[in-house]
Design a protein around this ligand. Structure first.
Ligand code: ADP
Length: 180
């Protein structure tokens, strides 16, 4: 049986959790968990480039020379239904003091780009908790707290939807949603 979506209203904005594939999203923008070379890769990054087609990579190559950890860049979305892909570079977890700040910054800078491009609905994957190994519960709390805080400053964002790929990650985000 499909799991019911979880949601919370924060001011006039909505924060949602769903289990699914972010490449199918119809939000104005989807975020990608990219790496700092913006060269594509496995995980959600590979899935987005496969589903969106080569124009996304062509645009990235033409406009940017990589992207530092904690920052984000934006491109069109090729064949995807979304209008934009926001390529966010989360930290590779190493247990350093700055990891949390870098993960927070990756979400904040993505949201900044969304606002700048007037995207009102944005989907995020769970940045850094795949290959980059960020502990799930900590990362989920950082992700949801950062979005909640951002909503308070930018009520023009209507919806942020976390599109989570597996049950274990989804459970961590549900737990975090109860805490914020
Ligand atoms: P990172 O390198 O930032 O850890 P990964 O792509 O390895 O990025 O993993 C980030 C999260 O994205 C993981 O929870 C992974 O299961 C998830 N993921 C992989 N493919 C998809 C997809 N198509 N849609 C949404 N999430 C996905």
């Amino acid at each position: 049986m499909p799991r019911l979506p979880a949601a919370k209203s924060i001011g006039s904005s909505k924060l949602e959790l769903v289990l699914g594939d972010i490449t199918k999203e119809t939000t104005d923008a989807i975020a990608n968990a990219a790496n700092s070379s913006l060269a594509g890769g496995g995980g959600v990054d590979g899935a987005i480039h496969r589903a969106g087609g080569p124009t996304i990579m062509e645009e990235l190559r033409g406009r940017y020379h990589g992207c530092p950890t904690g920052q984000a860049v934006i491109s069109g979305a090729g064949k995807l239904k979304a209008k934009y892909v926001i390529h966010a570079v989360g930290p590779r977890y190493a247990g350093r003091q700055q990891d949390a700040g870098l993960l927070t910054a990756a979400y904040q800078n993505s949201l900044e780009l969304a606002v700048k491009h007037k995207a009102k609905t944005i989907a995020f994957p769970s940045i850094s908790t795949g290959v980059y190994g960020y502990p799930l519960e900590e990362a989920a709390l950082i992700a949801l707290q950062t979005v909640r805080d951002y909503f308070l400053k930018h009520p023009e964002i209507e919806l942020v939807r976390f599109v989570i790929f597996d049950e274990l990650t989804y459970a961590a985000y549900q737990k975090a949603l109860e805490k914020i």
